[in-house]
Every structure is written in structure tokens, then in C-alpha cells.
Design a protein around this ligand. Structure first.
Ligand code: SF4
Ligand code: SF4
Ligand code: SF4
Length: 335
């Protein structure tokens, strides 16, 4: 029979083990993911963009995407399509205020921004996908979508802080649609089509570490200076000569949700461009840390319960046979 002392001792022991497991779980926050050394990305410099939208057409062309039907908004006949969708992976949006006459000015000004996948360093879409249909390339960091693996749950749509993945509801076999940095073109020595056609180098393709150096160079320029900008891809031979502008002191994508491989420069604050302020820590990291804690937390009660069951079982077992027991009696002694 289990005595009260044994019961108490067992309870304390199992509770200690359970508490230790829980404490260990709380201490283990998931590490931040580093940017791959060879990460590829884009730099969009809104001060260089002239709003020609060649990048939208080129993106549709190389990705074989159909035309998007857009209801034109009164007073906004320029923006069509209005947003990315199952048929459009890249759009240029325009900020306007007052007379809208002055480029990259807040008051009475206008400015352009690009909307497409940011290729996050720690992508929420990858973390949320239950079947690994969204994956991040370990070498170039491109966030890739596999239509074969996708089960259509749309968790990635809900998880993306930039609202990028779109589900093609209006097709017989719906799938997720998002920019994959034109990776299908690399084997032929080509690169992102939106960057290749951009006449001013406003959209520039390259390794993210090189793009960051270009960002630092541009930020150090004196506004109004005549400047040579790389055009197409960084390290290529094409150039564009322009006049440097004043930038807001923020590189969008440098820190947002743990960093992204696509970076944005602008002459007007990013909140005016519908680029949301986001924390530095990725939602993927936060949710995975919480998950680990919950699972660890669930282990503790099971360990506690298991300990109590073991104690109870031990108390109910038959007593061990004693050496004085006679052979052949029913108490389990040696023959
Ligand atoms: S092609 Fe270049 S300049 Fe033209 S809209 Fe696109 S980013 Fe702007
Ligand atoms: S922007 Fe959205 S879809 Fe693109 S990698 Fe980040 S989480 Fe995924
Ligand atoms: S990288 Fe390719 S898929 Fe992505 S926005 Fe540019 S053209 Fe479109």
C-alpha cells in the first residue's frame, strides 16, 4: 500500500521533473535566421522610378500571366491593375497629394512604390505551410512555391505580413500566385525581368549584400548630384545617369520582420506608400517559439501524471517472494 510519505515524496519528485521541462522550454526562444551569403534580391529606388510600368508588362510576359481586368477608379486612371493578384505578380503604385506636381515630395507631390514578394529572410509563409509547398532556397534564399505539394489551405496567404500570396479562386485548379524572382530564367543566364527592362535602374537585381552596398553609396550622395546608377543587374555593364535625390532615413526591408532580400528606398515616408510599419522580429520566429513552449508545456503534465501512475502501480503490485516461502505454495517461491 502507498503510504502518505511515499505519495508526497513521489509527487514532489515528478513535479520537479515536470517543472524543469517547462522551464527549459520557456528558456528556448527560436534563433533568428541569418540571410544566406549568396542571397539574391531586388533594390527598388522610388526616386529613380518614372512610372512607365514596363516592369509590370515584362513580369506578365515572362511568367505567362494573362491580362487583369481592372475597374478604373474615378481620378485614378493610371493604376491598372490596382494590386497584385493571381494574374499579376508585380505592380507599381502611386502616392499623390494636393496638386501632385512634385516628384518625391509629400506636399503637392507624388511618388512610386513597387509591390511584389519581399523574399523574407525568415518567411512567415514558409513557417505556416503545413506541407512544405513554400520553401526557402538555402543558397540564394528565394522563396519558392510548389504547386504539386500545395493542398490549397491558404495558410501562407494569412501568414504573410506583406499580403503577397494570392489564391487563384477563379481558376478550375486554384493555386498560390507570387513572385519567385524569375528563377526559371537563371539557367539561360537571364535574371529578374522587371529589373532587366527598367530603363532607369529603379528596379535593380543582384545579390542582396551588393544591393546593400549600393544603398549605402546612394544614401551618402549629396542630393542634386549627377550620378551614374547601375541598370538591370548590379555588376552588369548597363548604366543610367540621373540626379540623386534626398531619401527618407529608412531602408524598407533592411530590418522589417528579420530582414528581407528585397530592399526599398524612397523620398517619402513608407507609411504613405502603404508599406506597413513592422517589428524587427519575424512572426515565424515568434510563433515557432510559442509552439515549442506549448508543446513543452504539454509534456510537463504528462510527466507528472505518469509519475503518479507509476507510484500507484508500485503500491498495488504483489509482494516479492521471501526466501522462507515453501516450494510449491502459491506465493511464487523458487522450485
Ligand atoms: S520599369 Fe522601372 S521606371 Fe518603369 S515603372 Fe517599373 S520600376 Fe518604374
Ligand atoms: S513577402 Fe510574404 S510571400 Fe514573400 S517570402 Fe515574405 S512571407 Fe513569404
Ligand atoms: S522578379 Fe520576376 S516574377 Fe518577380 S516581380 Fe520581377 S519580373 Fe515579376
Amino acid at each position: 500500500m502507498l503510504t502518505r510519505r511515499e505519495m508526497l515524496r513521489g509527487t514532489v519528485a515528478t513535479a520537479s521533473v515536470a517543472a524543469a521541462i517547462t522551464a527549459e522550454g520557456e528558456a528556448e526562444a527560436r534563433e533568428a535566421k541569418p540571410m544566406p551569403d549568396e542571397a539574391l534580391g531586388l533594390l527598388f529606388d522610388g526616386t529613380l522610378c518614372i512610372g512607365c510600368r514596363a516592369c509590370i508588362s515584362a513580369c506578365k510576359d515572362v511568367n505567362k500571366m494573362p491580362a487583369d481586368r481592372t475597374e478604373l477608379e474615378a481620378g485614378n486612371y493610371w493604376e491598372a491593375p490596382l494590386d497584385i493578384s493571381g494574374k499579376t505578380l508585380n505592380v507599381i503604385k502611386c502616392y499623390r497629394e494636393g496638386s501632385g506636381l512634385h516628384k518625391d515630395e509629400v506636399k503637392d507631390g507624388y511618388a512610386f512604390t513597387k509591390v511584389s514578394c519581399m523574399h523574407c529572410v525568415d518567411p512567415s509563409c514558409v513557417s505556416a505551410c503545413p506541407v512544405s509547398a513554400m520553401t526557402k532556397d538555402l543558397v540564394n534564399g528565394i522563396v519558392h512555391y510548389s504547386v504539386e505539394a500545395c493542398i490549397g489551405c491558404r495558410y501562407c496567404v494569412e501568414a504573410c505580413p506583406f499580403g503577397v500570396p494570392r489564391f487563384t479562386y477563379d481558376t478550375p485548379f486554384p493555386k498560390i500566385s507570387k513572385c519567385q524572382l524569375c528563377q526559371q530564367r537563371y539557367a539561360d543566364g537571364k535574371y529578374a525581368a522587371c529589373a532587366e527592362v527598367c530603363p532607369t535602374g529603379a528596379t535593380l537585381f543582384g545579390k542582396t549584400r551588393d544591393l546593400k552596398q549600393e544603398v549605402a553609396r546612394r544614401k551618402a550622395l549629396k542630393p542634386g548630384e549627377k550620378t551614374v546608377y547601375p541598370r538591370g543587374k548590379i555588376g552588369g555593364t548597363d548604366e543610367y545617369i540621373g540626379i540623386s535625390k534626398r531619401y527618407v532615413d529608412h531602408v524598407y526591408g533592411e530590418k522589417e520582420i528579420g530582414g528581407t532580400q528585397v530592399l526599398h528606398l524612397s523620398g517619402v515616408p513608407f507609411d504613405l506608400l502603404n508599406k506597413p510599419p513592422l517589428p524587427d522580429i519575424s512572426p515565424a520566429r515568434t510563433s515557432e517559439t510559442l509552439q515549442h513552449m506549448v508543446y513543452r508545456g504539454l509534456v510537463a503534465p504528462f510527466v507528472f501524471l505518469g509519475g503518479l501512475v507509476a507510484l500507484a502501480y508500485r503500491s498495488m503490485r504483489k509482494p516479492e517472494a521471501k526466501p522462507t516461502d515453501k516450494p510449491g505454495d502459491d506465493k511464487g517461491g523458487a522450485p
